[in-house]
Design a binder for this molecule. Structure first.
Ligand SMILES: [Zn+2]
Length: 354
């Protein structure tokens, strides 16, 4: 340990860094200089960081953006404020925080009206700048949301990305009303498991899908009254049957491809499909005739606004939204966590605790 290397830090901090892309990529646990905050930035002491499919795409180098290596991955961060730059107001050391992973500029026309998910200068934490699989991370203070005392760091790290995405879909991009029928696709997934709970809290009746018995059981445990086998091509007919042939008012979709086509078959007159992903296919055939006759909507959704993350943490504090955590792992086991997520050997979230 040479003093120059760790200047200006007091002690080194540990980070797991990606040093080469691949499937699996190459990770190294490194001692890095203690971080410092300047201007409007803060240093957050990371207490927990969730693992997401986005991290796998970053690991593989599969994102359509250049990534500089080495890079500390991890975008779903909870922790405490450690230090703040001179321009930061309203935050002090020890404050419990969740971090918004789509770091917005705060100045463009969309940010000015609170639509940070549409920011023109969006930067992804853990992709374009170092993220949370480390003991510390530097983020702009505007990306912080206060974490209620009743929400643990692990719960926050398991909810702040997928659940706030679902919150944005169900309370911003689409509007769920008391008594609505909602179809939440893939109820054991991050977005799906949150969507079931949010729809129920809004007074909706929920139908979900899952590819295994365990996933369907989880969807029911979270509040779905019906969980259908996603592998059975006839599942949309079951949705129509369960709703007295009328179909559902809102579909929360994040798979794309043929699943989106199946979802359209489940949609009631005047219904809305809100979608935030296309892992099963980007190109979808749409029969426009029934679509306009039934006056349906197909709505895109991406990320979350600051207000969505705040509401997510508030609902978590009120026990309306509970995380589904598979396992909490130490920093040293990050490569293993990536492998498990890739092999889909996970039910709920993997959370890393530095
Ligand atoms: Zn902006």
């Amino acid at each position: 340990m040479t003093p120059a290397l760790y200047w200006p830090g007091i002690r080194p901090m540990k980070a797991v860094q990606l040093t080469a892309h691949g499937s699996p990529g190459k990770f190294e646990i490194r001692d890095l200089p203690d971080l410092t905050a300047t201007g409007s930035d803060v240093v957050v002491e990371v207490k927990a960081c969730g693992l997401n499919h986005l991290d796998l795409w970053t690991e593989e180098g599969a994102l359509p953006i250049p990534i500089q290596l080495p890079r500390t991955l991890g975008c779903e961060i909870a922790g405490t404020v450690r230090s703040a730059g001179s321009e930061v107001k309203g935050w002090s050391a020890g404050d419990r925080v969740a971090v918004q992973s789509n770091i917005f500029c705060g100045e463009c026309e969309y940010c000015r009206k609170g639509a940070e998910s549409m920011c023109l200068n969006n930067i992804m934490l853990g992709v374009q700048r170092d993220g949370g699989f480390a003991e510390q991370v530097v983020v702009p203070a505007r990306a912080l949301v206060r974490l209620p005392e009743s929400v643990s760091f692990e719960a926050s790290a398991a909810l702040s990305l997928a659940a706030s995405t679902a919150m944005h879909m169900l309370t911003n991009r689409a509007e769920v009303r008391q008594g609505d029928w909602v179809l939440a696709v893939a109820g054991a997934s991050g977005v799906g498991s949150a969507a079931i709970q949010i729809a129920r809290a809004l007074g909706a009746r929920v139908i979900s899908t899952g590819s295994t018995e365990a996933k369907r059981a989880l969807a029911k445990q979270l509040g779905a009254e019906l969980a259908l086998d996603a592998g059975d091509p006839k599942w949309p007919a079951e949705v129509r049957k369960a709703t007295g042939r009328r179909g559902v008012d809102v579909v929360v979709e994040h798979v794309g491809g043929t699943v989106l086509q199946q979802c359209i078959q489940c949609l009631a007159r005047g219904g809305t499909i809100v979608t935030c992903g296309a892992t099963a296919g980007k190109d979808v055939n749409l029969d426009l005739w029934p679509f306009f006759v039934k006056q349906q909507r197909l709505v895109g959704s991406y990320g979350r606004d600051r207000a969505d993350l705040e509401r997510t943490m508030q609902w978590a504090g009120e026990q309306k939204l509970k995380p589904v955590i598979d396992e909490v792992l130490p920093l040293e086991r990050v490569p293993e966590a990536f492998a498990r997520l890739r092999e889909r050997k996970v039910l709920g979230k993997l959370v890393v605790r530095p």
